[in-house]
Design a protein around this ligand. Sequence first.
Ligand code: SF4
Ligand code: SF4
Ligand code: FES
Length: 358
Amino acid sequence: MQVALKIWRYDSSTGERALREYEFDAPEEATLLDCLDIVKERQDGTLAYRKSCRMMICGSCGMRMNGAAVLACKVRMYEIAQAGEVPVISAMGNLPIVKDLVVDMDSFWQKFKAMKPYLQPGYEEPEDGREYRISQERMNAVHKESLCVNCGCCVSECIAMESDPEFLGPQALAKGMRFVGDPRDAATVERLEEYSGEHGIWECTRCFFCNERCPKGVDPRDAIAKLGAEAIKEGIDRDMGAKHAKWFIRSTETTGWLRETELVPKTQGVVSSVKQMKFAMKLISHNKAGLAFPPHVAADVGEARALHKLVHEQGRLGFEGHVQGERALAKLAHGYKEGRDPYAPGSFPRPYLPEGEA
Ligand code: SF4
Ligand code: SF4
Ligand code: FES
């Protein structure tokens, strides 16, 4: 088949940047990574990119196609080439580019290390001298998190990291959940304390781009939600994000609605709220916010309360209150077709238009 690619070339030593187009013959089963190999082999040996396993295991070949992070060895080119599309290939986002499609992963690994990504055992050995065994059902709670191949595709797309490069980010936090959810680990509370600090769990904006782009079905945003629920369960709720989440729970339980006007004092505290009183009065006068009292109570509030009661009765607090999505695991297969395939031609949400160089 005939394939055409546009590739953003970049050399950090000179600052030179250029969008180059390549056309070539490739076998019909070729992936994007195969196509880059062909370009390097036949047309330009200076093209730089990372690769190793060629089978979605090593996590080396993360890059962007039409502005969305992909694993190059996962993307089949057949349908794209048949449609006559010329995808634009560029380096991943949120990490400095070293050359062409190669990014500096140093900050990525620093955050990974900060999670203490190893088991800190603290379980009691069984008396019969046999090994400590965990049920499959229990390990299912961290199954998705265990699938991470450290490719960085989620980090590339993280909007919270764009505004705060120190945010721990989706990959590191998903790794943290891998150990918080492991019943053999004895450092759960210490971990949750650390992950709940500045640049931690509560800095995530819930944009879900990491779930959208993770090629391994890890669903990092779900992992962050599980960490938040675990932190609250352990009473670690100093951060405004935790207070905010707690008020959502409380207000739906008591009224069946979100009591928005009370959200500010409950989240930021009384002193901060008093300082914002003038602004609040302006919002109320323009019908942009309601009076806090009396709170609006939904007609069917009993249903909301029954749901909260059920969660408590079943003991589904913390990460156990989260439903594991099968869809994430289905995404592991090539050609995932249920619903929208995020790798299909035309599926990429954001065109890559670098500043001044469209
Ligand atoms: S959901 Fe949170 S962690 Fe995931 S990409 Fe968005 S801001 Fe980043
Ligand atoms: S969570 Fe997914 S996208 Fe992020 S590093 Fe792991 S495998 Fe890659
Ligand atoms: S080359 Fe290993 S994941 Fe693509």
